[in-house]
Design a protein around this ligand. Structure first.
Ligand code: G3P
Ligand code: MG
Length: 235
């Protein structure tokens, strides 16, 4: 288990959007590849539209599919037929849960507005899974935490902000998830003193991975789980 029963000093390898540097991001083949490469966990992004939780990073279709416009301006069947890379469709969250082995953790990032309630409802039947729910949208994250307090959560920070510790405490965060440029030794140490793990994104350079591992981070998101041997490293 990656997140559940995580041992201090072990740096987890988390496949970012599956294995985004090696296969189409946020697609089933990408998640399956990450699993084959031996990641501890995968990260994915979700949006709520047309009664479904879609695994896609952007709220618009152009960058990662052959569609155009906003997800919400399409309809369910049109979205289902799109090519999200190498012929694979945009997966639904339940499809990813079905293909990822139970031994691999899943970090679900609440990306779009209104994801918290449907994700909390859907995950009620997956409580045995090793899950971590994160978001840059602290309102959504708090909503999710209130609805499903048994699933650990993590606020995401791309820039450091003075209210970071308050935000983390508010949701009884399991970890704070930081952009690599703000993951300083001092913040890592304070996080640990306050009882929060630290996960860092997006780390694709082995030298950065080694430095962060030595600094004691608990996990690294990477687009290249093949290139960066992080999993068994200890600080
Ligand atoms: O959760 C880490 C990372 O995925 C956050 O940024 O934009 O890749 O979703 P982004
Ligand atoms: Mg993400």
């Amino acid at each position: 288990m990656a997140f559940r029963n995580h041992q201090s000093g072990r740096c987890l390898t988390i496949g970012h959007r599956g294995a985004a540097g090696l296969a189409a991001e946020n697609t089933l083949p990408g998640f399956e590849l990450a699993a084959r490469l031996g990641v501890d966990a995968v990260e994915l992004d979700i949006h709520w539209a047309h009664g479904a939780l879609w695994v896609i990073h952007d709220a618009t279709l152009e960058r990662t599919t052959d569609g155009a416009g906003a997800l919400e301006d399409s309809d369910f069947n049109t979205l289902r037929r799109l090519d999200a890379g190498a012929g694979a469709p945009i997966p639904l969250l339940e499809e990813v849960l079905a293909v990822i082995p139970a031994s691999i953790g899943i970090n679900i990032e609440l990306k779009g507005k209104g994801c918290a309630a449907p994700a909390a409802a859907m995950l009620a039947t997956h409580l045995e899974r090793d899950l971590l729910v994160s978001s840059f949208d602290y309102g959504e994250l708090q909503r999710f935490h209130r609805l499903r307090p048994e699933i650990p959560v993590a606020p995401l920070f791309s820039r450091w902000r003075p209210d970071a510790w308050r935000r983390a405490a508010q949701v009884e965060a399991w970890s704070i998830n930081l952009a690599a440029r703000i993951a300083t030794d001092a913040r890592i140490n304070v996080a640990h003193e306050r009882g929060f793990k630290v996960l860092v994104y997006t780390v694709n350079d082995p030298a950065d991975a080694a430095r962060l591992t030595r600094s004691g981070v608990d996990g690294l998101f990477t687009d290249f789980p093949n290139k960066i041997e992080l999993a068994s490293a200890t600080s």
